[in-house]
Design a protein around this ligand. Structure first.
Ligand code: GDP
Length: 424
């Protein structure tokens, strides 16, 4: 038996969905343990192209049990819309292959409103929220002011609970933000139209995963976003509101007593970042547009153009440590084929000194990138399927990164399709 977590090493969008889709064949369960529908995994397979937001990427594999753990921000409205759209392409989703933790807290309709209201109040100091309600949701979860999915099975108590929350939340909505209050009728409609629909999937996922573990089944944990967006270890405050690190997977899945044997960290062959916050290696102008176009770097959820730059060794080495990665998957190497020479940000200059340590958040905006160049390979590599088929310059680039981040690169991805992969 072997349990594995697949996590992002950088700012997110590293291609985790593609790696989970590839690796799920060896696993019996795929678990999402944090975050909500505020990011997107893009998966391309024989059923089509999908942008998954909350559904685990194992949903396309027959026989795989997909779990949404207690650590996720469970938005019934968005989840059911996503299920409907994936089902439309012929993918089967039912209570046998999707399980929702009874301990998952529910993202309530006002969380999205509060997200938008607060971003509007912050104006040009905004955090770059995707306005999916994630930050207000997690704030309320930690204040114990939201409901658990399992409460849907206790309708009377649930209504009493919702009425209490409604009274409390309306104070914030009306008095702090001057917004319209919610009514119990609105919550009843939400229950009927959305929340009731997730009931068939709800179960005790801790019990389920524990029994799978005891039967020596293999479990894959799938993270959203990357190390640098981790609530505790990322570029605070430009982080997400949950822990994106592998260490959180046992807790957020419902099974704190489960052990993770392997952590596959996903790193893109260059850097991208969505939203606000310091992004030291950022490129601008023509150079940036070319890389953005070559990599198709537009947000899976929002369509926003992503900020781009060369691979950042300083940030990546930090991300590898924070995730305790045991192996790296390097994705999108094919995108760099158009470059004559391949840029690598190897160090930062901080207050006149060269450093290879990732700075504390308050110091990060002062860091300047130090860039080295490696020879390009000047040809299309997307058909390569073995290490030896890769041009020497491409191999040297991979080896340079491996040596500098201190972790074995076990997978090199040269295209979005499931089989466009080199396993080392
Ligand atoms: P995730 O959230 O980490 O899964 O990242 P995204 O959904 O943003 O995935 C990255 C994008 O790159 C998706 O559109 C993938 O289909 C695509 N992709 C993944 N790996 C590769 C690769 O090796 N080469 C190319 N050209 N595209 C890739």
């Amino acid at each position: 038996m072997s349990n594995c977590a697949i996590v992002g090493i950088n700012w997110g969008d590293e291609g985790k969905g593609r790696m989970v889709d590839l690796l799920t064949s060896g696993y019996d369960a795929v678990v999402r343990y944090q975050g909500g529908g505020n990011a997107g995994h893009t998966v391309i397979n024989e059923s089509g192209k999908f942008a998954l937001h909350l559904l685990p990427s194992g949903i396309f594999r027959r026989g795989v049990v997909n779990v949404l753990g207690n650590g996720v921000a469970l938005d019934p409205e968005n989840l059911m819309a996503e299920i409907d759209s994936v089902r439309e392409k012929g993918v089967v989703i039912d209570e046998n292959n999707l399980k929702i933790s009874d301990r998952a807290s529910l993202l309530l309709p006002w969380h999205r409103d509060l997200d938008a209201l607060e971003e509007a109040r912050l104006a040009d100091k905004k955090y770059g929220s995707t306005r999916q309600g994630i930050a207000p949701f997690y704030s309320d979860k930690y204040q114990k002011k939201t409901v658990l999915a399992g409460e849907l099975f206790y309708p009377e108590k649930l209504r009493e609970h919702l009425a209490e929350l409604l009274e409390w939340k309306n104070l914030t909505l009306t008095r702090v933000y001057g917004a319209e209050p919610y009514t119990m009728e609105m919550l009843e409609k939400w229950l009927k139209d959305h929340a009731e629909r997730i009931k068939p999937f709800i179960t005790d996922t801790g019990k389920l995963l524990r029994s799978m573990r005891d039967e020596e089944k293999n479990i894959l944990f799938e993270a959203q976003l990357g190390s640098l967006r981790d609530l505790d270890f990322g570029i605070v405050p430009y982080t997400t509101s949950s822990n994106t690190t592998a260490a959180y997977a046992p807790i957020g899945s419902g099974c704190p007593d489960i052990r993770i044997d392997e952590v596959v960290g996903v790193v893109k062959a260059y850097s991208t970042c969505v939203g606000e916050g310091p992004f030291t290696c950022e490129w601008f102008g023509e150079e940036a547009s070319r890389l953005r176009e070559a990599g198709g770097e537009y947000g899976a959820k929002t369509g926003r153009p992503r900020r781009v730059g060369p691979i950042d060794i300083v940030a990546t080495r930090y991300g590898v440590k924070v995730q305790a990665a045991t192996c790296i998957a390097l994705t999108k190497l094919d995108v760099l084929s158009y470059m004559d020479r391949i840029p690598v940000c190897t160090h930062y200059m901080l207050n006149g000194e060269l450093t290879d340590e990732f700075p504390f958040p308050a110091a990060l905006p002062d860091a300047e990138p130090v860039t080295e160049y490696l020879p390009g390979w000047g040809c299309d590599i997307s058909a390569c399927r073995s290490w030896d088929e890769l041009p020497e310059a491409a191999r040297n680039y991979v080896l340079f990164i491996e040596e500098n981040i201190g972790c074995h690169i076990g997978y090199v991805s040269v295209g979005p399709e499931r089989d466009s992969i080199i396993i080392r």
